[in-house]
Design a binder for this molecule. Structure first.
Ligand code: ASP
Length: 364
């Protein structure tokens, strides 16, 4: 008998017990009639979860390779959190993705500075690193913080030292095109200094599109056993002040997982998310039974209410920045919502990875 068959037999046995218990609970049968003891009342919850997973949800950039790899590895037996981190690593390793890892847009000193976090539903543990330099896979370092320390968050030189202790290699993550963008940004800061910017027409085609870009990678997932996990990784805001930490490594902001409710993560303006505890709010809405799409929308409405500073609002008083949430609940429903419309999110189930439209809260 193959292990798949064993799993399927176990699943069917669980399902039968669950159906009986569910019938007892709904009044369409009785515990005595079905032979189900009161102890079995916990089973229906497991049944609902088992029927749904695995399901993955993520930011748009996970659709290129990350979701497919995570799915494949998990299907081959890898624990889902490890598979998610491996998927996120493909985005961190991609020099053409300027929101994370190698090729990330640097801080104002021209140094790529990274934040990442992981959260594990079954254990209720998390790990994170912030402002870590020269390590291309901060998501993997965050996983090690969770597994091999009693801490939640390591920052800066301490995070780098920890990563090196664990065998991660230091390298310069500033690619030539990211350097070109940084030099252009620096030279256009003032017309009273001695730096002359290139003409826009002289810039490499890609670089022209980078100014004001935001980006991050997030993936959440529900496994076959109904457990929830998540990971977020980023190079943060372009040309940030060195030492600035965004929402991605802050548990409750850029990532939150509650094994009883759901997993949520975010991309976009981290400051707005930290102030409003975005991902934590999304998960609380999931706990109340909200659909993930509505839960993400609710967190954004809170961001709108909190955004009053003049430099953050447009003429109509609405936020002038993008922020998006991604969520999966314990029954396997997925959803996403953005401050602005016109973007997409990614998800993966047995039908493979695909992009879906992400609704927006306010017009552009
Ligand atoms: N959320 C990230 C941060 O604030 C940036 C982004 O997603 O654009 O660091």
């Amino acid at each position: 008998m193959s292990s798949d068959e064993i799993t399927r037999r176990g699943f069917l046995a669980t399902s039968a017990a669950a159906a009986a218990a569910a019938a007892a609970l709904s009044g369409s049968g009785s515990a005595a009639a079905s032979g189900t003891a009161v102890d079995a009342i916990a089973v229906p919850d497991i049944f609902v979860r088992s029927a749904a997973g695995p399901i993955l949800v993520g930011s748009q950039n996970t659709c290129k390779a990350a979701l497919g790899l995570a799915w494949e590895k998990h299907a081959a037996g890898m624990a889902l959190l490890d598979a998610i981190v491996l998927g996120i690593n493909t985005v961190e390793d991609d020099p053409t993705d300027h929101s994370v890892g190698l090729g990330g847009i640097p801080n104002e000193d021209g140094v790529v500075e990274l934040d990442a976090s992981v959260m594990d539903g079954p254990s209720g543990l998390s790990g994170a690193v912030a402002s870590i330099q020269n390590i291309r896979n901060p998501a993997s370092v965050a996983l090690r913080v969770m597994r091999y320390t009693d801490h939640c968050l390591l920052v800066g030189p301490g995070a780098l030292r920890f990563a090196k202790d664990h065998g991660f290699k230091e390298e310069n993550l500033l690619t030539d095109d990211a350097r070109e963008a940084w030099l252009y940004w620096k030279a256009t800061l003032s017309d009273k200094d001695d730096r002359f910017p290139k003409e826009v027409a002289q810039l490499s085609p890609d670089v022209k599109n980078w100014f004001g870009i935001t980006g991050t990678v997030n993936m959440g997932g529900l496994d076959k056993a109904g457990n929830l996990y998540g990971c977020t990784s980023t190079s943060g805001l372009a040309f940030k002040i060195p030492g600035r930490v965004g929402d991605s490594p802050i548990i409750g902001a850029g990532l939150y997982v509650d094994n009883d409710a759901g997993a949520a993560g975010s991309t976009g303006r981290g400051e707005a998310n930290i102030i409003t505890l975005g991902s934590g709010m999304v998960v609380e809405a999931l706990r109340r039974g909200a659909h993930p799409t509505d839960a993400c929308k609710e967190a954004l409405e809170r961001v709108v209410r909190f955004t009053r500073a003049k430099h953050l609002v447009r003429a109509d008083g609405k936020p002038d920045f993008q922020l998006k949430f991604y969520a999966v609940d314990k029954t396997g429903r997925t959803g996403s919502f953005g401050m602005f419309p016109g973007e997409q999110f990614a998800m993966c189930d047995a039908n493979g990875p695909r992009l879906q439209d992400c609704p927006g809260l306010i017009g552009k």
